[in-house]
Design a protein around this ligand. Sequence first.
Ligand SMILES: Nc1ncnc2c1ncn2[C@@H]1O[C@H](COP(=O)(O)OP(=O)(O)OP(=O)(O)O)[C@@H](O)[C@H]1O
Ligand SMILES: [Mg+2]
Length: 285
Amino acid sequence: MSTQDLPGHGADLPAGVPTAGRTSAAPVIEIRNLWTVFRTAGVDSVIHKDLNLTIARGELLAIVGGSGSGKTTLLRQILGLTVPARGSITVLGHTAAELTRAGAAARVGMLFQHGALYSAFTVLENIAFPLRELGTLPEDLVRDAVMVKLQMVGLEPAHAHKMPSDLSGGMVKRVALARALIMDPPLLLLDEPTAGLDPDRSDAFCNLLRSMHQELGLTVVMVTHDLDTIYEISTRVAVVADKHVIIDAPPKEVIAFDHPFVREFFLGGRGMRAQELLRLHPYAV
Ligand SMILES: Nc1ncnc2c1ncn2[C@@H]1O[C@H](COP(=O)(O)OP(=O)(O)OP(=O)(O)O)[C@@H](O)[C@H]1O
Ligand SMILES: [Mg+2]
């Protein structure tokens, strides 16, 4: 089932997200009949089988699924880093392969699952990396752009010259987010952005994402296991199970979907606690 089929699709986006053309414009991401097959030691394993997903402009979509269900692989395919065996992926009107050629960093910001800051580079050098790779901007403008992004993610300018090993876990995530945003991309992909953060830091990071989503009008696709994050900031949830998206809908509808993974993930002990947030949070109503 797709939310395109649901009455009121698009009406559940948070206040403040630009609405112009949301339902009529071409989707930001369109994945059609995607198959992913990895061959290891001569044996094929099918990771995705006829997976379909459409993401509209201005959404903050959470992707959930079991470990190894192919969530990171899906983000890598959207970025054009992994090529599907079959099916099509269109991102901002281009195929993923075209997007890579056109310079994906300018259009798609990515925060990788394992932080992935360059340990030998300072914070400034890490954030500046995609801009410097372009090689077209003078150094003083690169530095200015980095400082703007540092401020945007709530870090003091004094942190610019620190090494990643001198940062807390929450700061590493913020620096990685600043780097993902350095080219002002309209689309942001986040792979487990709050994993490993304590609840306070995770809340702070969610608040940051929410305000950026609203203020910059970004489309955000976020893989997460964190139910609090899902309920606090997502406008829609896509569940990957049985090698495809079994449902994509607002959190309340997903919880009511009858599937073993959904029951275990959303209605286990952890899930019931997080649902308290669903009652409190304005996005979910
Ligand atoms: N390049 C590759 N070659 C072979 N197998 C791969 C490759 N990349 C991923 N896989 C396999 O594909 C499956 C999906 O991996 P993926 O990293 O996308 O899962 P995930 O849903 O992100 O899991 P997690 O929640 O643990 O991060 C796994 O079984 C993984 O071993
Ligand atoms: Mg993963």
